[in-house]
Ligand binder design. Structure first.
Ligand SMILES: O=C(O)C1=C[C@@H](OP(=O)(O)O)[C@@H](O)[C@H](O)C1
Ligand SMILES: C=C(OP(=O)(O)O)C(=O)O
Length: 427
């Protein structure tokens, strides 16, 4: 077990880049694998989650060559070219990997068994298994297919019109991948719009689809054409630097080449509404995704309400937004975020309990958190609980204490942000 000692280092100044976007990296490998021709991926996130996606597709016969630390070439085998895996497909800790992979496997006539780690074993899979069964896939698993291990025998799918009870890009993407292998039209509607990387990347791989906010539809039987993908920096990783700059007096950080997809920029909107000084300069589009530089300057923050349609646009940033809220004057209320309970940990409980160890005033609610600020935080021994975002959130909180914080199980951070510990020495 790794213990990270995060020490305050005074004001944070300078320019950095963060590793590639995790959502886009998973998709580039998966879409490349089922496409015809080669897909060159640059800026790939070399994090544990994405390596697990690579390993799963290699097991199905896909050649994926690593050309450099963050570049890969995927030789596509087309929808019908995947091979029955001889072993378990292990997604490790990744919810995105398993749910999107299930959408691919649902159309493959071979047998496969999908497993993950202890956290994955607790995360609900019925949200994708039920609609995939409606499309014709045969899937079984623990508790009638609600949890891993899952065994899949796919093939002969037909499209559905699915009204999802949750705003989830993983559900939407899974069903679109299955729908592409089926007959007829697949329509997915969701209660609020979730991140749309799948829609954007499918379009750039030559798929015709119609995406109108909460409703996406496509016709089955379409072929993906391999291409080059340039992955922007992950705004979810950049969020840790943004909050650090806002809460450490005298700081000013520029984060270059960050993905600015509007379905992901909720964290910028929320921090600005708290009074955060954040300047965004869009510089271009990389494979259909807006990219730019984000400059964040230390600011006096105030408490706000974060709720409604904003939640899916910042769902993974809530632990670190809670850290910002401990340093904001007044009360911050985060609601409509019950989805946090089914992430790598129950992030409502984990955020509240870990931040309380540092002296923060945080209460758990049924669907969010209430945070009272501004509090003086003190040194404590915290635990990532195996959840990368909890580990990084408490580490950032440590920057606002006089003596820092210790984070147990810090190796989890490599799931999404390899180099997190080292990045602070550049600032
Ligand atoms: O599709 C994706 O890449 C992701 C979707 C979100 O999950 P849900 O689809 O469960 O909301 C998010 O929390 C996760 O980190 C990545
Ligand atoms: C929830 C996350 O990822 P996943 O669902 O892919 O495990 C995350 O990265 O915060």
């Amino acid at each position: 077990m790794k213990i990270m000692d995060m020490k305050p280092q005074g004001s944070l100044k300078g320019e950095v880049r963060v590793p590639g976007d995790k959502s886009i990296s998973h998709r580039a490998v998966m879409f490349g694998a089922v496409a015809m021709g080669e897909t060159q991926v640059d800026g790939f996130l070399p994090g544990d989650d994405c390596w697990n996606t690579v390993a799963c597709f290699r097991q199905m016969g896909v050649q994926i060559r690593q050309e450099g630390p963050t570049s890969l070439t995927v030789t596509g085998r087309g929808w019908k070219g995947l091979r029955e895996p001889a072993n378990l497909l292990d997604v490790g800790n990744s919810g995105t990997a398993i749910r999107l992979l299930l959408g691919v496997l649902a159309g493959c006539s071979f047998h496969s068994v999908v497993v993950g780690d202890q956290s994955i074993a607790r995360r609900p899979m019925d949200r994708v298994i039920q609609p995939l069964r409606q499309m014709g896939a045969r899937i079984d698993g623990r508790e009638n297919g609600s949890f891993t291990p899952l065994s899949v025998r796919g093939g002969n799918l037909h499209g559905i019109h699915y009204v999802s009870p949750v705003a989830s890009a993983q559900v939407k993407s899974c069903l679109l991948l299955a729908g592409l292998q089926g007959t007829g039209e697949t329509i997915v509607e969701e209660p609020s719009q979730s991140r749309d990387h799948t829609e954007r990347m499918l379009s750039s791989f030559g798929v015709e689809l119609s995406a109108e906010g909460r409703r996406v539809s496509l016709q089955g039987g379409q072929t993906l054409i391999g291409r080059s993908v340039r992955v922007p920096g992950d705004i979810s990783s950049a969020a840790f630097l943004m909050v650090a700059a806002l809460i450490v007096p005298g700081s000013r950080i520029t984060i270059r080449d960050v993905g600015l997809n509007p379905t992901r920029t909720g964290v910028i909107d929320a921090l600005r509404s708290m009074g955060g000084d954040i300047n965004v300069q869009e510089t271009g589009q990389w494979t259909g995704e807006p990219v730019g530089d984000v400059t964040v300057t230390y600011s006096e923050l105030q408490g706000v309400e974060i709720s409604g349609d904003l939640i899916p646009r910042l769902i993974d940033e809530i632990p670190v937004l809670a850290v910002a809220a401990t340093q904001a004057k007044g009360t911050t209320v985060i609601k409509d975020a019950a989805e946090l309970k089914v992430k790598e940990t129950n992030r409502i409980d984990a955020t509240a309990q870990e931040l309380r160890k540092l002296g923060a005033q945080v209460e758990e609610t049924e669907d969010g958190l209430i945070i009272h600020g501004k509090t003086d935080l003190t040194r404590a021994l915290c635990d990532s609980r195996g959840d990368h975002r909890i580990g990084m959130a408490v580490a950032v909180a440590g920057l606002a204490t006089p003596k820092g914080v210790q984070v147990q199980n810090a190796e989890a951070i490599d799931i999404s942000f390899p180099g997190f510990e080292a990045i602070w020495s550049h600032l």
